[in-house]
Design a protein around this ligand. Sequence first.
Ligand SMILES: [Zn+2]
Ligand SMILES: [Zn+2]
Length: 245
Amino acid sequence: MELTIIGCSGSFPGPDSAASCYLAEAEGFRMLIDLGNGALGALQRFAGLDQIDAVCLSHLHADHCLDMCGYQVARAYHPAGPLRRIPVYGPDGTAERLDRATGSLNTSVTNAFDFVTLVPGTLEIGPFQITAGHMNHPVETFGFRISHAGRTVAYSADTGPSEQLVSLAAGADVLLCEASFTAGPQLPADLHLTGAQAGEHAARAGVGELVLTHLVPWNSRDQARAEAAVTYSGPLSLAAPGMRI
Ligand SMILES: [Zn+2]
Ligand SMILES: [Zn+2]
């Protein structure tokens, strides 16, 4: 499989990156993981709007789902005619949340998408086997273990320290892990990870490679990397738009 980083800015878009969005491709099937604010524009550099086969939303914070509102418009009013409906996997209440954000009385995201409520467990989406597990975040949030042809990528979504993340990522080739915080006193609990905590999770899960993502624009990328390098000794990199794994 190939994973392309479309957006990796944490909590809101930055000057050089949209908010969270990743494109997973295998056997000609294209699946988006999250579609945060700004990501619909950046996506078009890597895939046509009519070339997406499924969407998987980790949670309903704006920086992970809000560009679904614009994507609904693009699919429903495409010049070639309405595009075929595609499945959207997300937490309970995803369609209602997106309709509230869209704010229109005469259109609904359900015109363009078939919504499937995620629950913890394993499911098949196209050629991918996906295991979803609850993360440690203030709203219902799923991390994903995505496997295809013997290769596995794990994605933390947004999370504070999480045993579930360690098991979801166990032995994965790549862990795409959030590192929203840099070390400091009195960080909020059960919300996000520091670079050092991302490294700890990667080390405990025994992953082959760690990629730090959800990097918040006002924090130092170099510091996030340096913190993670203290706790994880394997291959380590920082996500950047256009990066392919
Ligand atoms: Zn986020
Ligand atoms: Zn969040």
